[in-house]
Design a protein around this ligand. Structure first.
Ligand SMILES: Cc1cc2nc3c(=O)[nH]c(=O)nc-3n(C[C@H](O)[C@H](O)[C@H](O)COP(=O)(O)OP(=O)(O)OC[C@H]3O[C@@H](n4cnc5c(N)ncnc54)[C@H](O)[C@@H]3O)c2cc1C
Length: 390
């Protein structure tokens, strides 16, 4: 495809996702958010039908074979509707790209077509109550007994765990490995979807949150929960840490795109409001301080968007882009927090009320600096690459 054909295809993709969001997401998201309700399964089913869960995977495994830039555009537009909707596909992207890059051929054939079609929904279970940023120190044990592993320990913040058919679990298969990260493996742990889990071997309870209401995050307790040995990613123990690191580029580009989408929604809402709201006999959009807030927001959003697309383009041309993906993620995360806060300010008191979505954008945006690697960790990773001291 020529450059202009690629651009035309991206334009078409954006228009079609925007149309989906306007029809299926915007009419319901504020009410669901206000009532602490999850995204309806019918909406997730429609996303699956449209191919959103298999965007970047090759057609031979049931995917659409699109580029990373297209994935970023779809993510941005879904998140412009509701962060939770843009985040559903994150889970399938993480599990699917892990299987695509590191799975055995049998695992690719068994899992990928069903992940792309939405028949298998997935969730990422990496974080533990005592271990978050220090991935190498994960403790949940997976002990081999014949042809299966028995999992014992805890995970936390596993978003979408209730609805998932497969939990992508980072587990310790070698208790005494030195260095610690060499004792980790990834297991594709199957479960029955639903809020009740499978006690007593697998328990789960939702964590109350301030935002991100359309998806629930869970604390999970494993007590000898069985996983077939054939579900060990790549069929080799001790590779989990490296496998996970290798998928961070996709995940960070996707998270940057989510942040751009939420900030864009906040900006558009504030722009509309500033034209309608009259004080001192004039629309508040005529006050320089408000005009400049809007101009500043639009500039910051565009800068984050370009950084995100740049990282995506690097990925699509086969270049290493962990540095650029990390920069895009950290910049977009911090931008989204600033922009959504300032856009809420444009609404005055109404910004603080549940009547308008400005507060939803602000609550949702706060999570970007925390998940997919905190800002502090991102800056450290970027500094390490720049300074080259490790
Ligand atoms: C809404 C939500 C959804 C999530 N969804 C998922 C999910 O689906 N799956 C999943 O596995 N996890 C998920 N997470 C977990 C998330 O990835 C972790 O919260 C994150 O990695 C940070 O880990 P932690 O909370 O243990 O914080 P900690 O690692 O304890 O960090 C606490 C503070 O110390 C700072 N810090 C830590 N180490 C360093 C260091 N070396 N240098 C400087 N500062 C440091 C951190 O930046 C942070 O400010 C989710 C979290 C949230 C809030």
């Amino acid at each position: 495809m020529t450059q202009s054909e690629v651009q035309a295809a991206h334009h078409e993709i954006r228009a079609s996702v925007r149309e989906f969001v306007e029809r299926e997401v915007l009419p319901i998201c504020d009410e669901l958010d206000n009532r602490d309700q999850e995204i309806p399964l019918s909406v997730i089913g429609k996303m699956a039908e449209l191919g959103y869960f298999g965007l970047i995977f090759p057609p031979e495994y049931g995917g659409m074979g699109l580029d990373t830039a297209a994935m970023a555009i779809v993510t941005e537009e879904l998140s412009r509707g509701w962060l939770s909707v843009g985040s559903v596909m994150t889970r399938m992207l993480i599990t699917g790209s892990l299987i695509m890059a590191h799975g055995t051929e049998e695992q690719k054939r068994r899992f990928l077509p069903k992940i792309c079609s939405g028949e298998l929904l997935t969730a990422a279970a990496f974080t533990e109550p005592d271990v978050g940023s220090d991935t190498a120190a994960m403790k949940l044990r997976a002990e081999r007994h014949g042809d299966r592993y028995l999992l014992t320990g805890e995970k936390t913040w596993c978003t979408f765990a209730n609805r998932a058919h497969v939990l992508t679990v980072l587990a310790r298969t070698h208790a005494d490995a030195k260095p610690k990260h060499k004792g980790l493996s990834i297991l594709l742990v199957e479960k029955i979807p639903g809020d009740s889990f499978a006690p007593p071997e697998l328990g789960g309870s939702p964590i109350p949150t301030i935002g991100y209401k359309g998806m629930r995050s869970y604390s999970l307790q494993f007590d000898g929960y069985a996983c077939p040995a054939e579900n060990l990613l790549g069929g080799e123990e001790g590779k989990g840490f490296y496998q996970l690191m290798a998928t961070y580029e996709y995940a960070r580009i996707q998270t940057a795109a989510r942040a751009v989408g939420v900030a864009q929604a906040a900006y558009e809402a504030a722009l509309d409001y500033s034209r309608e709201r009259v004080q001192f006999d004039q629309p508040i959009a005529s006050f320089q301080v408000i005009r400049h807030k809007l101009a500043h927001a639009a500039t910051e959003i565009e800068a984050a968007r370009r950084l995100c697309y740049y990282a995506a383009e690097m990925k699509d041309t086969g270049r290493r882009c962990d540095l650029e993906a990390g920069m895009a993620k950290v910049f977009a995360a911090e931008m989204a927090e600033r922009v959504t806060s300032e856009m809420l300010q444009v609404f005055g008191g109404y910004g603080y009320s549940r009547e308008y979505p400005a507060q939803r954008f602000w609550r949702d945006a706060r999570v970007f600096r925390i998940f997919e690697g905190t800002s502090e960790i991102q800056y450290e990773v970027i500094a390490r690459r720049l300074i080259g001291d490790k």
